[in-house]
Design a protein around this ligand. Structure first.
Ligand SMILES: N[C@@H]1[C@@H](O)[C@H](O)[C@@H](COP(=O)(O)O)O[C@@H]1O
Length: 261
């Protein structure tokens, strides 16, 4: 696992957008796994700026969704499909025909989960999966004690996650669904490159547990330690509880320039 400490969220966004751009130059039809939440927004802004300036083309890029609320109509402004359409697809000029995600409105939720898991395999697996992290260490919507081998399935949100996400629902926790579909941790680990971005002091404990704690289902993001190519990008505040921060700074400053993240 590589840990990169950046000065601020904008620098983290630029670093990850450049990694995505390099991937797309190498593989124009790359499958990018994208996350919701506030944290990844600087990545999407930086990537859209690169597309506008002609630094990278996304005409053949494909986008895959990480997780979704169950029961919100797809057109609801806070369904993750709507959020991704607004924050990622439209700014990049990518059509829905290049997008894949689970159906949060399906009557057969389990069937929808299995179908999406299989669709990711059929698509050749995600090339680069961008992840945020919950204050409790969740990735996607894999709450603490999710199986580290889990596949895409339905999960029940913790009260803390519903409180955290109420800000997207007029601050009203009652509007936040209880149930979600999320790529499992085993599913996420099949992506070729995992890039987790965390910013702000509120994520410092979760980042320390992810990077320096044991691999344990109680901190789902710690599963990144099992992946051969995982990058954790953090700002100074999110890095503030890392004991090895100086080591991470040293190795990043001295790595071969051609290597990228
Ligand atoms: N399902 C999403 C996660 O994918 C995201 O990482 C998390 C953190 O969001 P934020 O980046 O806004 O803190 O929120 C939700 O729970």
């Amino acid at each position: 696992m590589e840990v990169v400490i950046v000065p601020d969220a904008k620098a983290g966004g630029e670093l990850i957008a450049e990694a995505m751009a390099q991937l797309l130059r190498r593989k124009p039809d790359a499958l990018l796994g994208v996350a919701t939440g506030s944290t990844p927004l600087p990545v999407y802004e930086a990537l859209a700026a690169k597309v506008r300036s002609g630094a990278v083309e996304v005409a053949r890029a494909r986008i895959a969704q990480l997780d979704e609320y169950v029961g919100l109509p797809a057109a609801h402004p806070e369904s993750y499909r709507s959020v991704l359409r607004r924050e990622v697809l439209e700014p990049l000029g990518i059509g829905m025909d290049q997008f894949m995600g689970p159906d949060g409105t399906a009557e057969d939720v389990q069937g929808a989960c299995e179908a999406y898991d299989q669709a990711l395999v059929d698509a050749g697996s995600v090339d680069l999966q961008l992840l945020g992290i919950g204050t409790d260490g969740h990735i996607g919507f894999n709450e603490p004690c999710s199986s580290l081998a889990s596949r895409t399935r339905i999960k029940t949100l913790t009260e803390q996650t519903r409180i955290d996400n109420a800000r997207f629902f007029d601050g009203d926790i009652d509007q936040v669904p209880h149930h979600v579909i999320t790529q499992g941790i085993g599913t996420i680990l099949e992506a070729r490159h995992l890039v987790l971005l965390a910013t702000g002091e509120g994520k410092a404990d979760a980042v320390a547990a992810t990077v320096e704690g044991p691999v344990a289902a109680v901190c789902p993001a710690s599963a990144l330690q099992l992946h051969p190519h995982a990058t954790v990008v953090v700002d100074e505040a999110a890095a503030s509880k890392l004991k090895l921060a100086d080591y991470f700074r040293y190795t990043y400053a001295n790595k071969p320039e051609w290597q990228g993240i």
